[in-house]
Design a protein around this ligand. Structure first.
Ligand code: SF4
Length: 231
């Protein structure tokens, strides 16, 4: 039997939520990620919201497990392209401001749990936390539906180099301070691997634990202009 390793980020972020990959539903995997996140990192709050698009389904899962209501606290301007394809930090920062709009009537005076799919550099998350606080959030608790990204990808996903990956250089408490959140919790690798129920192939977790499915040499590193870049 061939030992295969599918990119686990397909379930977290890349794939359409209505996809079934290798027999496992992406939608159900994201709900399960949110449920597990609520078990691993509970917190008292008034409302769970998701950062569109891929934070929304795990936010519903977090709400189902915790019993804390789910609400639409952030809306996405569909006329702006994906943040991560902006060529530099300044452009990424300004497009975050244009890209998301907080709904003050939902957020004001509340303790918010904000779910996102990942933190790469940390700057996008900080902008969204600030946005929620300026819309009147009393507290913002950030929960991430994947583990800390500490290592680069060599298989076509254009992650920044290790020194730009905030989780590679800083412990969680430092990242919490940097993004100005009241608390921060990531889904564990063990938890994430249990989310695609019924998946038959193996899963690559290289960017979380540095354990790549093949040996990385100069000959097999995928560095092309077509790499997909991560925020
Ligand atoms: S290293 Fe990370 S992004 Fe790259 S294939 Fe593996 S899980 Fe996916």
């Amino acid at each position: 039997m061939v030992d295969t390793k599918l990119c686990v980020f397909e379930y977290v972020y890349f794939a359409r939520p209505d996809s079934i990959i290798d027999g496992s539903s992406v939608y159900n995997a994201r709900i399960e990620a949110g449920r597990r996140l609520a078990i691993e990192h509970p917190v008292e709050a008034d409302l769970v919201i998701g950062v569109p698009d891929s934070g929304v389904i795990p936010a519903i899962g977090y709400s189902m497990e915790s019993g804390i209501p789910y609400g639409n606290g952030l809306f996405k301007n569909t006329y702006v392209g994906r943040t991560f394809i902006q060529p530099n930090q300044k452009q990424r920062d300004s497009s975050v401001r244009v890209k998301f709009n907080p709904l003050r009537s939902e957020i004001e005076g509340k303790r918010i749990i904000m779910i996102d799919d990942s933190i790469v550099r940390g700057t996008t998350t900080r902008r969204i936390v600030r946005m929620l606080k300026s819309a009147g959030a009393k507290e913002v608790h950030v929960r991430i539906s994947s583990p800390p990204v500490k290592y680069p990808c060599h298989f076509g996903i254009d992650t920044p180099s290790r020194n730009q990956l905030v989780a590679s250089t800083s412990p969680t408490e430092d990242i919490r301070r940097m993004i100005e959140a009241d608390s921060l919790g990531y889904l564990s690798i063990e938890g994430l691997l249990k989310t695609p129920v019924g998946v038959r192939c193996g899963l690559c977790t290289g960017c979380f634990d540095g354990r790549y499915p093949i040996e990385i040499t100069n000959n097999n590193i995928q560095e092309t202009e077509n790499n997909i870049e991560m925020t």
